[in-house]
Write a protein that binds this ligand. Structure first.
Ligand code: ADP
Ligand code: ASP
Ligand code: MG
Length: 815
């Protein structure tokens, strides 16, 4: 005999019930089949709502009842040929009448007792099983309907009754031992007490009914047919990358379901485990897929962790105090109180100092538990031996499960470091002595991120998903998006990085897509986005709470730079080509560095100096490996280099500046480059990264612009002033040319002091032949004392800057 159970979504409507019939009919003749069914999807919830409204004397309940009535009658009409409908319809109507009377009763007395509620709830399964059995019959299957209330006998703990296995097994053996029909359709979830009252087995309990019958008749297999293809490595609704676990042991399945894998009701395993009956979890909508096989000896697992699950709505209850130390019996009393109050404990931790005991319980039990424990320890609390019990709510438990975890070291280290890197705060930890489970209590809001982080860590062959939030899609931003699109495949295959852009914003619009924005048509998508706002953008990034999040600033805005701290504090990495933050006051710079360390969130700004050239990274490596920077000499302005390389006695200075701006080599305001401010910021950043606490005021700057040009307000005024002072610039040129020198704008740092200014560079100097918009940096260090370490190359331009940002993203990804 085989037992098949079909869940609520498998029997949600007539179409689905037809698929169920196909599955059952496909097996007809092989074996006798017991088909256990749930209520039609959503019906148990509707019944609960109707009962709740009736008990509050809310007449709305009648509307819900009408919905239930129509749904069942319509299903009969859709499934059965007209000629054979009347018998079924009249039975269903009779049952519905009784249900209506029960609801009316609740309405009149303004109450539902647990006993009445179980009677009301039983109608979901009683109706679905009857209708399905009639339909099977009409389709030619040799079928009978059997009410489980004459098979499964329980105590009278309404809502979650305990099964009397001795009686139940005898009743099942007798009935199924003699039944001659090929297919017996049985309602799940519903049972009866010895006195004949309807009881239920707890939400999700149809799985259990099926397992009880399978155990009693020693079935060859128990098949649980549901809406997913088996038990997954994590809840597939929350973790997109989760996949079916083909084989799993009874213990592992029990542990996963106990910790929230709803696909299997936790008590289900017990009756089949005793008899060694294999359980298959299959997908009604994809019957060709293998699903999960649960049995005694599974194939050797390739990974130590089999699955990850979670339980929502958890509260932590802690009893603490000096009076606990060394006094025996406190734990016994504590757990006694919880047990007397029917409060189920999901997780226990006790520090070895015996100073505190902490338990995880269902949030719905929190108030009851708090009151009961405080009352039980009233004396100890009054005499200050114990503190009043402390409670924390809105928590969840996440658990790693696997039989083989015990033979692997370092799993909890990996688990907690992965969570820590993503700023998931861990409130309590427990590891069972069997080492089949490591669980942690975390904030409810972090569940999705935590599950995905752990899934990535333990199941995804180390492909790491990076979630990128891009602000600024101008020249650099656009190139950056192009580069990501081009490199996507390579990054995934070679670097095991899955880079997804989740948000884009310019100054007008912002657009979010949690599943990754298509970079083929991002411009149109962004235009459809909502009105941009820096704070709303931040709030959205934060509340999405995705793992490995990286905020990318491609703007030159001080307002955007002011938001970095917020990102870092939420463990969101910051990658920026905007120099404002790293060249702001030293206090702010070091605060950002500190936040980056504290929250494990990289703060990277390689492109602040020399665009895509590896200057800051080289410097960091020198310092980290113990070298000491004594002197830096550099040409750091691509724009000034371009200007002075093209400026001669034939072209006026202002025209060269205009050309540089037109080609995209200057800041939007060219005065920032020509006044030397931009170079000051860059040498400041290099000095700081070399370990010196400098501020912008500490840098000497001998400007080459006339004072009047420096004082202009607008870009137009600035150009006008350059035109006015053409002779001033001609003079500068002639002075250098007369000595056979070229003009270079040089930044220097030595003996803790930095300076910037225009210099005459003679022919034999390494800077003399610096072409176009190139940058060059010479690092004189303890190790590179005679011959400096030299980095040289294009130091401006959207393409190279974008590639520098890209390189920072990869650094952040490998962090
Ligand atoms: P049924 O109505 O068939 O009993 P349930 O809704 O009770 O179905 O259980 C199936 C659901 O369990 C899936 O749709 C999925 O959302 C959820 N689930 C949670 N964790 C897991 C997991 N680890 N594997 C598979 N499904 C899971
Ligand atoms: N119908 C019940 C519920 O929704 C039992 C089940 O579906 O397993 O909880
Ligand atoms: Mg279920």
């Amino acid at each position: 005999m085989k037992v098949l159970k079909f869940g609520g979504s498998s029997v949600a409507d007539a179409e689905r019930i037809k698929s169920v019939k196909d599955i059952v009919a496909g097996k007809a003749g092989e074996n006798k089949q017991v088909v256990v069914v749930s209520a039609f999807g959503g019906v148990t919830d509707l019944l609960l709502q109707a009962a709740e409204k009736a008990s509050r004397r809310d007449e709305e309940y009648t509307r819900l009842f009408t919905q239930l009535e129509e749904r069942h009658l319509n299903t009969v009409q859709q499934l059965l040929p007209i000629a054979s409908q009347s018998k079924t319809l009249s039975h269903v109507k009779r049952e519905l009448n009784t249900l209506e009377t029960l609801l009316e009763g609740a309405f009149l007395i303004g109450e539902t007792t647990p006993k009445l509620l179980d009677s009301i709830l039983s109608y979901g399964e009683l109706l679905s099983s009857y209708i399905i059995s009639q339909y099977f019959g009409a389709e030619g299957l040799d079928t009978i309907h059997k009410d489980s209330r004459s098979l499964v006998i329980t105590d009278e703990r309404y809502g979650c009754a305990t099964v009397d296995f001795t009686t139940t097994n005898t009743l099942c053996e007798t009935y199924f031992g003699t039944v001659t029909y090929d297919v017996v359709v049985v309602p799940g979830f519903v049972a009866a007490s010895a006195a004949g009252n309807s009881t239920t087995l707890g939400r999700g309990g149809s799985d259990y009914t099926a397992a009880i019958i399978a155990g009693a008749v020693n079935a060859s297999v128990l098949e649980i047919w549901t809406d997913v293809s088996g038990m997954y490595t994590a809840n597939p609704k929350l973790v997109k990358q989760a996949f079916t676990i083909p084989d799993i042991s009874y213990e592992e399945a029990m542990e996963l379901s106990h910790f929230g894998a709803k696909v299997l009701y936790p008590p289900t395993i017990q009756p089949v485990l005793l008899k060694g009956i294999p359980v298959h979890i299959r997908n009604t909508f994809k019957p060709d897929q293998q699903g999960t096989s649960i049995r005694k000896n599974t194939n050797g697992a390739t990974r130590p962790v089999r699955g990850i699950s979670h339980v929502d709505h958890i509260a932590l209850l802690s009893l603490e105090g000096s009076g606990m130390v060394g006094i025996s019996g406190i734990s016994k009393r504590f757990f006694g109180v919880l047990s007397d109050g029917d409060i189920n404990v999901a997780l226990i931790t006790q520090a070895s100092s015996e100073h505190s005991i902490c338990v995880g319980i269902a949030q719905s039990d929190m108030e009851k538990a708090e009151k009961a424990v405080n009352e039980a320890f009233e004396y100890e609390i009054a005499s200050r031996k114990l503190n009043p019990v402390s409670v924390e709510s809105d928590l969840a438990i996440i658990a790693l499960v696997g039989d083989n975890m015990k033979s692997h070291q370092g799993l909890s280290g990996k688990m907690f470091s992965a969570l820590g890197q993503n700023n998931v705060n861990i409130r309590a930890i427990a590891q069972g002595a069997s080492e089949r489970n490591i669980s942690a209590v975390i904030n409810k809001a972090d569940v999705k991120k935590a599950l995905n982080t752990l899934h990535e860590r333990f199941f995804e062959d180390h492909v790491k998903q990076l979630n990128i939030f891009v602000m600024g899609v101008g020249n650099v931003g656009e190139k950056f998006l192009q580069q990501i699109e081009r490199q996507k495949k390579y990054l995934r295959e070679k670097l095991k990085l899955n880079v997804r852009v989740v948000a884009l914003s310019n100054s007008r619009r912002m657009y979010f897509d949690e599943n990754g924005i298509s970079l083929k048509n991002w411009k149109e998508l962004l235009e459809q986005g909502e009105t941009a706002h820096i704070d709303t953008f931040f709030e959205k990034v934060r509340s999405l709470n995705l793992r490995n999040s990286i905020f990318v600033d491609n703007t030159a805005s001080d307002v955007v730079a002011a938001t970095y701290a917020g990102y870092l504090e939420n463990s969101i990495a910051v990658v920026t080509c905007n120099k404002i933050a790293s060249s702001s006051g030293y206090e702010n710079y070091s605060l950002l560095k500190e936040l980056s360390r504290k929250y494990n969130a990289p703060f990277l700004f390689e492109t602040n100096v020399g665009a895509g050239l590896p200057i800051i990274d080289t410097l960091k490596n020198l310092v980290a490996s113990g070298d000491k920077v004594n002197k830096i000499q550099a040409v750091l302005s691509g724009s000034l280099n371009f200007v002075f390389n093209n400026f001669d006695d034939k072209t006026p200075f202002d025209e060269v500046v205009r050309q540089a701006q037109a080609e995209g080599y200057t800041e939007p305001d060219p005065k920032i480059d020509l006044s030397g401010i931009d170079v000051m910021r860059k040498i400041l950043i290099l000095a700081r990264e070399s370990g010196y606490a400098l501020d912008i005021e500490d840098i000497a700057n001998e400007p080459f612009l006339p004072e009047e040009s420096l004082d202009t307000g607008t870009v137009d005024d600035f150009y006008a002033s350059l035109v006015k002072h053409r002779t001033h610039f001609e003079h500068i040129y002639q002075e250098a040319a007369s000595k056979g020198c070229r003009l270079k704008y040089v930044a220097g740092f030595e003996d803790g002091k930095a300076s910037v200014g225009l210099q005459h560079i003679p022919k034999d100097h390494p800077f003399y032949n610096l072409e176009g918009k190139d940058n060059i940096v010479l690092f004189f260090t303890e190790r590179y004392s005679d011959q400096p370490l030299l980095v040289k190359g294009a130091g401006a331009g959207a393409d190279v800057t974008a590639s520098g940002i890209f390189a920072d993203i990869i650094r952040a990804g490998n962090f």
